[in-house]
Write a protein that binds this ligand. Structure first.
Ligand code: ADP
Length: 460
């Protein structure tokens, strides 16, 4: 209220001054009263004019974009302009802070791997993040304010959205058929809904794989079990001659050892999946590893094949001895099992020009048709089930090999031609292999890579 008092006093003072001066000048001219009134009116007009000018300046600034400073007049108008400007700037700052917060909030939602979409009461898309746009095949800017049910054509999604009961998520295949989505709807505000989407393709695939795996394992175990149970019944109920009894017992032993191999392979796989990665600084002599793997295959071949190895005398590999040995043994045993008697099997080690090294198991056996190659390392995948089982296979060997080589940072590459033979390559990165001085009189013979026609006839 101070400003009112001072302003009133100033105005009264100015008008009184005008009246006084008017009266003085009027008295000189002989019209003191007229001078008094005229003086009062003139200075009152001046006060009003000054207010009009200052008020107009402030109004002009207010009507504009208010970019620059408000007019800095003295007195009431100046204070008024300053107050308005300060209130405006404060509000602008608050709005900018709110905008910043909103931007950060949206950026956080944008960074989420889950899709977030806001729908109004009539199913129109108010906002969606990049993940939701990708999940539902939307274009965020173009599709804003469009009805979600017109754009997302999946019947399961539309029925769920319109059903109104949002307790459980709905799972369906995305409109382009590329992914499986799990969508959770949460109502909020005045009929609005928050639609959260997650890509569960991998999870569904893993679930399906697990279900498949359990079914496969059960099947693989049930078959020898059924055979065993049959033999037990035969032994219990039929009076068999000693020769027949021995034959049945031998068959029973075969089935039991088949189950044992299967369980051992399953345990190996479980161990590979559950144990930490092989250490990168435990160095093993490559030739020793190759010699032991070859000895195993030699026993399996029992003189029916020509086996040999080459390379590796100057090399060391970093990793797990039992894992690498199991990978090489699996490949060599396969080569023996899928190569007819009289055939050749070779285990090679070679440095690669691009760095790293490769173990190769080459045979000139039955080979594999091209269409099977991509699936060979899947668990229980067999080209010829009966041949695999007859030769004691579990269908898990190459899955184990793939696991081992991947755990050592490498990869398995398979090439094969039916009737000509197969080559299985385990490529290891340079971090995992190094040269070492060859010990005097290193035992493994180093031979040039044999061609299919010119296999040397050495039996390891
Ligand atoms: P299995 O126990 O059946 O041998 P693997 O996983 O070791 O299982 O191999 C998968 C399939 O790949 C085999 O069933 C066989 O058909 C094929 N296979 C593997 N190695 C060879 C090979 N050296 N020559 C021909 N076929 C092979």
């Amino acid at each position: 209220m101070n400003w009112m008092l001072s302003r009133t006093l100033k105005s009264v003072f100015v008008v009184a001054l005008g009246m006084g001066l008017g009266a003085l000048l009027g008295a000189l001219a002989g019209w003191p009263r007229l001078g008094l009134v005229a003086g009062g009116l003139v200075l009152s007009g001046a006060v009003v004019m000054r207010d009009l000018v200052r008020g107009n300046r402030l109004m002009t600034w207010l009507r504009g974009p208010q970019d620059g400073r408000a007019p800095r007049d003295a007195g009431l108008w100046g204070e008024l302009a300053y107050g308005i400007e300060r209130a405006l700037r404060q509000r602008e700052r608050r709005i900018e802070q709110e905008r910043d917060r909103l931007r950060q909030f949206l950026a956080a939602i944008e960074a989420s791997p889950n899709g977030v979409m806001l729908l109004d009461g009539t199913d129109r898309i108010e906002w969606c993040n990049g993940a939701a746009a990708q999940h539902f095949g939307l274009e965020p800017e173009r599709d804003r304010l469009q009805r979600a049910t017109n754009l997302i054509r999946s019947p399961a999604f539309v029925a769920h959205l319109q059903g109104g009961s949002y307790d459980d998520p709905v799972v369906f295949t995305d409109p382009l058929g590329r992914a499986t989505l799990s969508v959770l709807v949460r109502p909020y505000g005045d009929g609005w809904r928050l639609v959260l989407s997650t890509d569960v393709t991998e999870r569904e695939r893993a679930d399906a794989m697990r279900r498949n795996f359990v079914a496969n394992v059960s099947h693989e175990i049930r078959t020898p079990l059924t055979v065993l149970a049959g033999f037990v019944e035969t032994l219990a109920q039929l009076p068999l001659s000693e020769v027949e009894r021995q034959r049945v017992l031998a068959l029973m032993q075969q089935q039991a050892s088949r189950m044992q191999t299967l369980v051992a392979d399953l345990l190996t796989l479980a161990q590979l999946e559950g144990s930490p990665l092989p250490q990168p600084d435990r160095w093993l002599a490559v030739d020793d590893l190759m010699r032991r793997a070859l000895a195993d295959a030699t026993a399996l071949s029992a003189g029916r094949h020509a086996l040999r190895s080459s390379g590796g005398e100057d090399a060391e590999v970093a990793g797990s001895d039992p894992e690498l040995l199991s990978a090489l043994t699996n490949l060599l045993n396969n080569a023996v099992r899928y190569t007819p008697p009289g055939g050749h099997v070779e285990l090679r080690f070679a440095w690669r020009d691009e760095g790293g090294a490769v173990f190769e198991v080459v045979d000139d056996g039955i080979g594999i048709a091209r269409e099977h190659l991509p699936r060979l390392t899947e668990r229980f995948y067999r080209v010829d089930g009966s041949r695999s089982r007859d030769t004691g296979g579990t269908g898990l060997g190459l899955a184990i090999v793939k696991h081992v080589v991947q755990r050592h940072g490498g990869e398995i590459v398979i090439s094969s031609e039916p009737g000509k033979g197969s080559t299985f390559r385990l490529a290891l990165p340079s971090l995992r292999v190094r040269r070492r001085a060859a010990p005097a009189g290193a035992g493994i013979e180093a031979a040039p890579a044999p061609q299919a026609a010119g296999w040397p006839q050495t039996t390891a």
